[in-house]
Design a protein around this ligand. Structure first.
Ligand SMILES: [Zn+2]
Length: 391
C-alpha cells in the first residue's frame, strides 16, 4: 500500500456518533476516499488508518438545506457565477450545512438561464456543498407572492418548459417550486418524470388541486404554512394537503417568526408519512455576514432582530442558519435531538431522493458530517471526508 492510499483512509475517533438512526459510543467513523465505510470499534480499525481525534464531541450527519437564497453577503438573484455559489456554500458550512440548493427567487428568464450556467460550473468545479439548484418561481401565484416581485410572476410557457427539461440530469438534485395557478398538471407530470423534484408553493389553491398535482408527481411543499392557503374547516388548503398526503414532504422555516411553534408542533404531530417535514432556512445573503439590509428585485430588505422584511413588514426570507434551526426544533419545539437532526439531514435527503448518497452516516454514503459540542455549538464541518470549516 502506498502512503497516499494510507492517507485516504481516516478514522474519526473520540465522538459520540449519530448515524441518522442510532447513537454509537466508543466507536470510530471510518472514511475511505470520502465515503463512509463503517462505524467500528477501535479494535476493528484496519492498519494504515489516519486517526483524527475530535475529543469527546458529537458527530452527526451534515445538514442538507434545500432552500438557500444566499449567504456570506451574496444573493443568488444578484450574482450568477461559480464564485458566488462558492461563497454561499462556504457561508453555510460554518453552520453545519454540507449540501445545499442555491435558490433563485422569482426573476427573469435570462437570470434563470444564467443561474443554470453558474450551477453547471459549480458542479464541474466540485464546489464543496453544492448539491444542485432550487428555482422558486417565477410560475407562482400573485395572490400568495410573499416577497416575490409580482411583475415577474408569470405562467410557465412552452419555452420555459423546454429550458427546464434541458436541465434533466444536469445536477445531483434540482427542485422547482411552482403554483398550480401558473403551471399545468401536465407540465408538472413531465418535469417530475424527468427527475426534477416539483414542490408546490406560493399558491392559494385548494386540497383537491394539490392532490391532483401530487398524483402527477409533485413531491414536496415549499415552506409549509408560508405563502399558501391555510388549513380551514371546510377547505383543507395546501397546509391540509401537505399534512394529509403521506406521499408529500414539506419544508418548514424554523425561526419562530415564519411559523408559530404551536402550529409547528401541531403539524409535526399530524403529518401522515412516509413523507416528512424537513427544515429549510430560506436564508438570504445576511447569513455569515454583518449586512444590515440588502436589495431584492430593486426593493429594500431590512434586517432587524432576527427577521428580514420589506418596507411594508412582509417577511422576505429568513435570517437563520441550519444549526440555529436545529437548536430551535430541539429546544423550542421539544423534539428529541435525534429527530431535530433528522429534520435537517435524513428527511431532506429522502425528499430529494438522494438517500442513497447523503443524509445519514451509513456505509457507502458520502462522509458529510458535523462535529458539535455536547451543547450543540459548532466545532467543525466535513464534506466528503475533508474538513471545510473549523470554529
Ligand atoms: Zn418562498
Amino acid at each position: 500500500m502506498t502512503a497516499q492510499n494510507a492517507i485516504a483512509r481516516k478514522a474519526i475517533t473520540g465522538a459520540r456518533i449519530f448515524d441518522g438512526q442510532t447513537w454509537h459510543a466508543g466507536k470510530a467513523l471510518l472514511v475511505e476516499d470520502g465515503i463512509v465505510s463503517g462505524i467500528v470499534g477501535h479494535g476493528g480499525l484496519p492498519e494504515n488508518t489516519e486517526l483524527v481525534d475530535v475529543n469527546g464531541q458529537l458527530l452527526v450527519p451534515g445538514f442538507i438545506d434545500l432552500q438557500v437564497n444566499g449567504g456570506g453577503g451574496v444573493m443568488l438573484n444578484h450574482r450568477q457565477d461559480v464564485d458566488g455559489i462558492r461563497t454561499i456554500c462556504a457561508a453555510h458550512a460554518r453552520f453545519g450545512t454540507t449540501a445545499l440548493l442555491p435558490t433563485l427567487i422569482t426573476d427573469t428568464f435570462d437570470i434563470r438561464q444564467r443561474t443554470v450556467e453558474a450551477g453547471l460550473q459549480a458542479k464541474a468545479q466540485r464546489v464543496p456543498g453544492f448539491l444542485g439548484l432550487h428555482l422558486e418561481g417565477p410560475h407562482l401565484s400573485v395572490a400568495r407572492k410573499g416577497a416575490h416581485d409580482p411583475a415577474l410572476i408569470r405562467p410557465m410557457d412552452a419555452a420555459d418548459l423546454e429550458a427546464l427539461l434541458a436541465c434533466k440530469g444536469a445536477f445531483d438534485a434540482m427542485m422547482i417550486t411552482v403554483a398550480p395557478e401558473n403551471t399545468t398538471v401536465e407540465q408538472v407530470a413531465s418535469l417530475s418524470a424527468a427527475g426534477f423534484i416539483i414542490s408546490i408553493g406560493h399558491t392559494d389553491t385548494g386540497y383537491a388541486t394539490v392532490a391532483a398535482y401530487a398524483d402527477a408527481g409533485a413531491r414536496t411543499v415549499t415552506h409549509l404554512f408560508n405563502a399558501m392557503s391555510p388549513l380551514g374547516h371546510r377547505e383543507p388548503g395546501v397546509v391540509g394537503a401537505a399534512l394529509d398526503r403521506g406521499d408529500l414532504y414539506a419544508g418548514i422555516i424554523a425561526d419562530g417568526f415564519h411559523v408559530d411553534p404551536v402550529s409547528m408542533g401541531v403539524a409535526l404531530r399530524a403529518k401522515a408519512g412516509p413523507g416528512r417535514i424537513f427544515i429549510v432556512t430560506d436564508a438570504m445573503s445576511t447569513i455569515g455576514s454583518d449586512q444590515t439590509g440588502f436589495m431584492l428585485n430593486g426593493r429594500d430588505i431590512f434586517r432587524k432582530d432576527g427577521r428580514l422584511t420589506l418596507a411594508d413588514g412582509t417577511l422576505a426570507g429568513a435570517d437563520i442558519d441550519m444549526l440555529s434551526s436545529v437548536h430551535f426544533a430541539h429546544e423550542k419545539l421539544g423534539l428529541p435531538l435525534d429527530e431535530a437532526i433528522r429534520m435537517a439531514s435524513a428527511y431532506p435527503a429522502d425528499a430529494m431522493r438522494i438517500e442513497a448518497r447523503k443524509g445519514r452516516l451509513l456505509p457507502g454514503l458520502d462522509a458529510d458530517f458535523v462535529i458539535l459540542t455536547e451543547t450543540l455549538d459548532m466545532v467543525s464541518t466535513w464534506i466528503g471526508g475533508a474538513c471545510v470549516f473549523e470554529a
